[in-house]
Write a protein that binds this ligand. Structure first.
Ligand code: SAH
Length: 223
């Protein structure tokens, strides 16, 4: 049986390797039991090519093709914790579906997840992996997430998993009152992970961490 269809992944990665990852997340300051539980029970190996699947439970970003990466588990946990602990999560928008790993974590914590990816083959593969996990509360869009998803707004939270140079105005507009935007901002290599909270027409900003994300690019790619 191919590891792609081996949902448990046990045998390929030991339970101990996975528990070690959980320990690492806690050591790095992740406290939300809700987030830790979901990270413990969501397989990461099914989102990777077979050749890399044995490294799925290391706390590192890994290549997923098309010059993109699956986010580091710690960063996924940190971004998710920031929106889980700060308010309601009925409607969440994710920009940069990539392989769909962060999408899976969000779908298990939010009522409805909307996700946008600009590279068509990545989106198609992510859909398959998320279907394999039985997650049905996800709507997908192939397009430029810089513009958000106006028809589905407002969102309780927006997570951007690629970094723009400045915060796209459309995303701020599409937050609900009390909504939160978690977004890496800045030049490639050294970005600040920001948590922006809307209260009426006011926006407050906290800096959560220093991170490295791929750039948020304009337009969309078919192949
Ligand atoms: N959460 C993903 C991260 C993938 S990397 C995962 O864990 O797999 C970031 C993704 O953002 C890439 O797939 C990239 O193609 C996508 N991206 C970059 N700019 C975008 C844009 N303007 N709109 C939508 N997706 C974008």
């Amino acid at each position: 049986m191919s590891s792609k269809h081996n949902l448990s992944g046990i045998g390929m990665t030991s339970q101990r390797t996975r528990e070690r990852l959980l320990g690492r997340l806690m050591d790095q300051g992740i406290k939300s039991m809700e987030v830790l539980d979901v990270m413990r029970s969501t397989p990461r190996h099914i989102f990777l090519d077979e050749a890399l699947a044995h490294r799925a439970y290391e706390d590192v970003a890994l290549p997923i093709g098309h010059n993109q990466t699956i986010s580091q588990p710690y960063v996924v946990a940190r971004m998710t914790e920031a929106i889980v602990t700060s308010g309601s999560l009925d409607r969440v928008l994710e920009i940069g579906t990539g392989c769909g790993y962060q999408t899976a974590i969000l779908a298990r914590l939010a009522k409805q997840v909307y996700t946008i990816e600009r590279i068509k083959p990545l989106l198609d593969r992510a859909k398959k992996s998320l279907k394999l996990l039985g997650l049905k509360n996800i709507e997908y869009k192939h397009g430029d997430g810089t513009l958000g998803w106006a028809e589905k707004a407002p969102f309780d939270a927006i997570i951007t998993t690629a970094a723009p140079q400045t915060v796209p105005k459309e995303l701020l507009k599409q937050l609900s009152d009390g909504g939160r935007l978690v977004i890496p901002v800045g030049a490639e290599g050294h970005q600040e992970l920001k948590l922006i909270t809307r209260s009426g027409s006011e926006y407050t900003e906290d800096i959560l961490d220093l991170v490295r994300f791929v750039p948020l690019l304009k337009g969309q790619v078919q192949h």
